[in-house]
Design a protein around this ligand. Structure first.
Ligand SMILES: NC(=O)c1ccc[n+]([C@@H]2O[C@H](COP(=O)([O-])OP(=O)(O)OC[C@H]3O[C@@H](n4cnc5c(N)ncnc54)[C@H](O)[C@@H]3O)[C@@H](O)[C@H]2O)c1
Ligand SMILES: [Zn+2]
Ligand SMILES: [Zn+2]
Length: 379
């Protein structure tokens, strides 16, 4: 089968690799019909993680079940399914609590497994023609009869829509509250969409990419074009000097200043400054325990110059982590099915797998208009 293989920093290619096959009786094989490139892929693509060369990328996958193992009961050949990027077993202590982003058995010795992801097990990704889905009965979200018609919406249930939603839940958003979202990438835009659906009164989206901010404005958010102190000042102005009730980090450890230089504490300190006293902050942007590729000594060790004093003094709280996709995807699918949510509105490119290498280059460069890429391996 064809798949997008990582060759080294900023180098991927479409290669022939062995077909995905059933390894355990609880596996299913899915013929991938939609698979996205994610901001998380970019950290790996840039060589800023331990992702091994020769592995296949792709954790945002949707497709048709073409084979099931002898131990699969519920999922049937022919089902259209969307796969959460986290692989859960369904029976460990964390999976039982709905914390499937931190499954204790799918990646032994660690908490959390995913397809085509650094430090999340050896599972291959779905930027390929076929994908092996472990614990298929637990992980497959079987889609309704409009699966094909709304495929570009449903594929966002694999990651960014639940992740954006998760950011607002970690922050503790309540109807009528205000929220500031740092980052207008796909995740930040989905956090804005989620906040608006949940009845936020004011939704600010901060970035310096005009095309992405335009999408945020189209959704009904207030765009703020700055990644520095000026963003904080604008938010304070809009909120009578108090700051927003809630804030979300949707950028991650490679966040930049206005010159494009990485300053890993920038978004976190801006959040502390632009969130009201006692407000809540949700962090879904990725931060890592080690970042040898960083320029700054603290960042190399996964540390940052965080304004802890200001944070403590304001009595704020922070919650962090991978989205537990399965905690949300069924309900968010219903919002899509009944026309209450349209995550596909951020898609800029629908491409073939063969176009993947050039799509990675454009998306990584944040080239104008490259907001979200969906590849169609079966096309
Ligand atoms: N927690 C999870 O489960 C989860 C899931 C998916 C993605 N992620 C992470 O979320 C992050 C965002 O993903 P994405 O796909 O939207 O990525 P992206 O890289 O496309 O978007 C990031 C955006 O942040 C902007 N940005 C950079 N510095 C900034 C700053 N100082 N202030 C405000 N904006 C700034 C960039 O211009 C860009 O538009 C990544 O770190 C990704 O790994 C986490
Ligand atoms: Zn993703
Ligand atoms: Zn588990």
């Amino acid at each position: 089968m064809k798949a997008i293989v990582y060759n080294g920093p900023r180098d991927v290619s479409v290669k022939d690799v062995p077909d995905a096959k059933i390894v355990k009786p609880t596996d299913a094989i899915v013929r991938v019909t939609s698979t996205n490139i994610c901001g998380s892929d970019l950290h790996m693509y840039e060589g800023r993680t331990t992702f091994e060369t020769g592995r296949v990328f792709g954790h945002e996958n949707l497709g048709e079940v073409v084979e099931v193992g002898a131990g699969v009961d519920r999922v049937k050949v022919g089902d259209m399914v969307c796969l959460p990027f986290n692989i859960g077993c369904g029976f460990c202590e964390n999976c039982e609590k709905g914390l499937t982003g931190y499954c204790l058995t799918a990646n032994p010795g660690s908490a959390g497994a995913a397809y085509g992801f650094a430090e999340m097990g050896t599972y291959d990704g779905g930027q390929a023609e076929l994908l092996r889905v472990p614990f298929a009965d637990f992980n497959c979200l079987v889609l309704p009869e409009d699966a094909k018609e709304r495929e570009d919406d449903y594929v966002m249930l694999s990651d960014i829509f639940p992740t954006g939603w998760h950011a607002t839940r970690l922050a503790g958003l309540q109807p009528g509250e205000s929220i500031a979202i740092y980052g207008a990438g796909p995740v930040g835009l989905m956090a804005a969409h989620s906040a608006l659906i949940q009845g936020a009164s004011q939704v600010f989206v901060i970035d310096d990419q005009p095309d992405r901010l335009q999408l945020a404005a189209k959704m009904g958010a207030i765009p703020i074009n700055s990644v520095e102190q000026k963003a904080v000042d604008e938010i304070l102005n809009y909120t009578d000097g108090k700051g927003t009730d809630r804030g979300c980090e949707c950028v991650g450890y490679q966040c930049c200043d206005k010159h494009g230089h990485e300053v890993n504490h920038l978004t976190m300190n801006n959040l502390v400054a632009s969130t009201k006293a006692t407000g809540g902050i949700g962090v879904v942007g990725l931060f890592v325990p080690q970042d040898p590729g960083a320029k700054n000594e603290l960042a190399k060790e996964g540390k940052m110059a965080f304004d802890f004093g200001a944070f403590w003094f304001k009595g704020q709280h922070i919650r962090t982590g991978q989205a537990n996709v399965k905690a949300y995807n069924r309900q968010l699918a219903a919002l899509i099915h009944h026309d209450r949510a349209k995550p596909s509105q951020i898609i800029s490119h629908r491409l073939k797998l063969e176009d993947g290498p050039s799509a990675y280059k454009h998306f990584d460069a944040r080239d104008k208009g490259w907001t979200k890429v969906v590849m169609k391996p079966a096309a």
